[in-house]
Design a protein around this ligand. Sequence first.
Ligand code: HEM
Length: 415
Amino acid sequence: VQESAEDHPVEAGIGRRQLAGLFAAGAVGALVGGTVAASASADRAPAPNSASLGDVGARTIAFRGEHQAGIVSPYRPQAHGWVAAFDLEPGVTRDGLRDLLQRWTQAAESLTAGRSLGAPDDAVVAGLGPAALTVTVGFGPSIFGKAGLAVSARPEALASLPAFAGDALDPALCDGDLGVVVAADDPVVVAHAARVLGRLAAGAAHLRWQLSGFNAARGVGSEIATGRNLMGQVDGTNNPQPADVDFETKLFAGSSAPAFMRGGSYLVVRRIRMLLDNWDGLAQAQKERFVGRRLSDGSPLTGSGERTPVDLGARGADGSLVIDANAHIRLAAPSSNGGAAMLRRGFSYVDGPAQGLLFLAWQADPRHGFIPVQQRLAGNDLLHTVLRHESSAIFAMPGGTGAGGYLGQSLLESL
Ligand code: HEM
């Protein structure tokens, strides 16, 4: 991994050699090639009571860089996440939207570095540290046509998602003008950042919906193991890996994208309820047939070991496919979808009696990522018989911002 101090340097808690090991194992969400620095950054201001911060609390992920923080990170996904959509208040001007993005940028930069905002609620996170806080912000399709943003400025890739077979969407949990993902290894840090963003939006935008989720706590289990979802499956194995030559082009929009999206990524959010009573009622062999991988260690049914390449053509002694024709990993695989790929990096959730996956997929273009894959999965995927998609949104998360800039600046100032 080549180093650059600019893009999301790792500033505490883990060494470069250790990171290289993580990437070699392919178990960490991902990291853009050429973007890790393990040295302490000089501009990181001490958090309140930093002398007593624990290892988990002290971790920082730099806010500024070529890509927004929170899409790819050197660590496994943070333990707590908050995903929200905001709608602009009627009549908000382009200046109003610009001011909001500037306020959010400023606050995100401070909070992610562990600096206090000088606000009355600073005490909420006193002594906690940033805990690898990331704040990632973007635009929904509906914002174009509002706040002086021309409809024609909307990237073609940012169309509302089509309806998929079996969708059971709650409109109150869908879409939105602005999308925000906040993640950290501490739930108080996440709640505080969410509250700060909401407070700073006042007068310009209001919360449309919010969804919270979690992963295994930092320090519990192996840092390099792929996480498990609430069905117990090892989930994330065949994500694009930083070592892939086309990793960047799968994840981030390139030079043909509108200026504000260069280095940006499209985020698809789906809250997917797991019908766990039905799932629990299945025999283990059926569960593994639905996915095409073993529950014990995530290995494909065609081989041993999580990382063994999947052999979709393999047949058993009776001539039938070892990985079912409608198994999740067959239907979702890039080879079944014209190369369509995405980085899946979500959170589990609990909402009353419901549990499931707050599915987040990042990609350079959803038309060559989530959309064709979900079209194939919906109505065919064995796994989808025990899933229900209840929430849906898409956002264009612009490229990162350098010193002094604000998120979305080239969109706001290009028209
Ligand atoms: C609650 C819903 C879902 C669950 C529990 C689930 C679970 C899994 C599991 C266990 C794997 C195998 C391990 C891995 O490679 O990560 C997997 C693979 C994958 N899933 Fe899902 N998944 C869900 C929804 C979706 C959706 C909605 C999409 C996209 C539309 C998707 C796309 C993929 C892809 C692209 C792979 C990798 C396939 C490959 O190349 O081998 N999944 N999923």
